[in-house]
Design a protein around this ligand. Structure first.
Ligand SMILES: [Zn+2]
Length: 505
């Protein structure tokens, strides 16, 4: 009897061990990341009744929803959001500090790369892009490392930053749209020539009458989303993603929602149409994954790079707090004038003001023999005096700044010593920088407030049970969660934590 019990126990242990061992090499055939640019979390509820059954609703009703996913750094900007989702990290580590920022004193677009050439176009304005400025690995990079580069990883979007940064430095390809020529392009970072399936797709685009009609402004129409979905499906089929021995990955980002939001804000027919049309694109994508790799064999996550504020006039019309903060014009110029008088400046010492951060011209400060710290203190003081500024502080003096801890923490997570400027400020709730990126009836994003920082996060498919949580999770938790599910190492600057609710081992 004793022997039998022992044998039974051993068998059970062995079976349990086998199960655990088996799980370590189990992975889906395909992983798909979908980013909806500027999608606020509350849109899931706002449009729920109008969504069809097989788009967003399929993800919500069969997948797992994290209903309190927050962006835990500042500023809440496109290039940073896309990078943080896929690296599980923040600008302090991954170095992508904005859509545009300074590197060694030179202003650069996030994906600007002088050492690559466009592929699929001669348009150097649109094609000299790569993830060269990215200082961290992505989920896709880790997948490639884990499988000795057998996994294929591909990015598709309208914007270079929404395609190249998510896919990562070792990606097989990233495609984005050259709006001047209305073609999907890439750069020599990845390849010398577009694959035939991409050339064929571009040839179809040339014949698209609706596209020719809207021309360069394609981003302002739901058509942009249809093209991104179609290109993603072409990549899926053309590259036979999910058909190989190892797991492949597709990083898709829909940009039209952001461009439409900037133009027409959060309410009205344009935004409604954008989300209901996107719902159809999501449904088409899911159907294509079903057909290509089979339901249950792929893992999808859907999220956003940031949200967006309600339009200031809309807020005012309803007696709500908020307004347009004229930072390109009146306010910063006024602060600069005060400084000039106070220090007897002969040359401007503010190099730039980007995403609520002031970049000092250190050379001009040195040339004029000024005390840099005195200048920094004076700028903080001047900014703090401006109307509708809640807080301003010097990054170097963050520890002693009279600012709530969680805001300091978000600011510092977003601070890279060389790339993020010198002084940060935050506006009163509802107020946003009104400049070249927002129309009078549009909106923008970039701040800590829930309207900018509360994003949707849905997981669906491979080993994902239906459910939801309102526990606070962060944008930086997405990458470690996906990596844990795939049993691969987290990206090399990852600071997030796996969302254990959707991990079964
Ligand atoms: Zn964005």
């Amino acid at each position: 009897m004793k022997k039998l019990l022992l044998l039974l126990t051993m068998t059970m242990c062995w079976a349990a061990q086998l199960q655990a061992q088996t799980r370590f090499n189990e992975r889906p055939k395909l992983v798909v990341g979908i980013v909806v640019d500027q999608m606020r979390w509350d849109y899931l509820g706002r449009y729920y009744d109008q969504f069809q059954d097989d788009g967003f609703k399929r993800l919500i009703n069969k997948g797992y929803s994290c209903n309190n996913c927050l962006i835990n750094y500042l500023p809440t900007i496109t290039a940073i959001g896309h990078t943080s989702i896929y690296t599980g990290s923040t600008p302090a580590f991954h170095g992508i500090c904005g859509n545009t920022f300074y590197i060694n004193g030179v202003k650069r677009s996030s994906c600007e790369d002088p050492n690559v050439m466009p592929v699929g176009t001669n348009n150097e304005k649109k094609g000299k892009s790569s993830p060269v400025n990215l200082l961290a690995s992505t989920i896709g990079d880790q997948l490639r490392l884990h499988t000795d580069f057998q996994s294929k990883v591909i990015g598709v979007s309208y914007k270079d930053r929404a395609s190249a940064l998510p896919a990562g430095r070792s990606a097989n390809a990233a495609y984005w749209i050259d709006t001047d020529n209305r073609q999907f392009i890439t750069s020599t970072w990845y390849m010398q020539e577009l694959p035939q399936w991409a050339k064929d797709f571009n040839a179809q685009m040339k014949k698209n009458k609706e596209l020719q009609k809207v021309g360069k402004d394609v981003g302002l129409y739901p058509l942009c989303g249809h093209l991104i979905a179609d290109m993603s499906i072409s990549a899926l089929k053309g590259e036979q993603l999910g058909k190989g021995k190892e797991t492949d990955m597709l990083c898709i980002s829909f940009s039209q929602t952001d461009i439409i939001g900037h133009e027409w804000a959060t309410r009205g027919q344009h935004t409604d149409e954008a989300y209901l049309e996107l719902d159809k694109d999501i449904a088409r994508l899911l159907k294509a994954f079903d057909e290509q790799v089979g339901e249950g064999n792929y893992l999808v996550f859907l999220t956003a790079d940031h949200g967006g504020a309600h339009n200031f006039q809309f807020m005012e019309d309803h007696k709500l707090n908020g307004g347009a903060w004229k930072w390109d014009g009146v306010y910063v110029k006024e602060a600069a004038k005060q400084l000039t008088e106070k220090f007897g400046l002969t040359k401007n010492i503010i190099k730039d003001c980007l995403d609520y951060r002031v970049v000092l011209d250190k050379e001009a400060i040195r040339e004029q023999g000024l005390d840099e710290q005195a200048i920094r203190d004076a700028i903080v003081e001047e900014i703090q005096k401006l109307p509708h500024v809640s807080f301003a502080f010097d990054f170097k003096k963050a520890a002693t700044a009279p600012v709530p801890e969680f805001l300091k923490e978000r600011a510092l997570k977003g601070y890279h010593h060389d790339r993020s400027g010198d002084i940060i400020f935050m506006l009163e709730p509802g107020w946003y920088g009104f400049g070249k990126y927002s129309s009078p009836v549009g909106t923008t994003h970039g701040e800590w407030n829930p309207y900018d920082a509360h994003i949707p996060l849905l997981f669906y498919g491979w080993k994902v049970e239906h459910g939801a949580t309102s526990r606070e999770v962060h944008i930086t938790d997405i990458a470690p969660t996906v990596c844990q599910k795939l049993h691969i190492q987290q990206p090399n600057a990852c600071v997030g934590e796996p969302i254990t609710e959707i991990i079964d081992d």
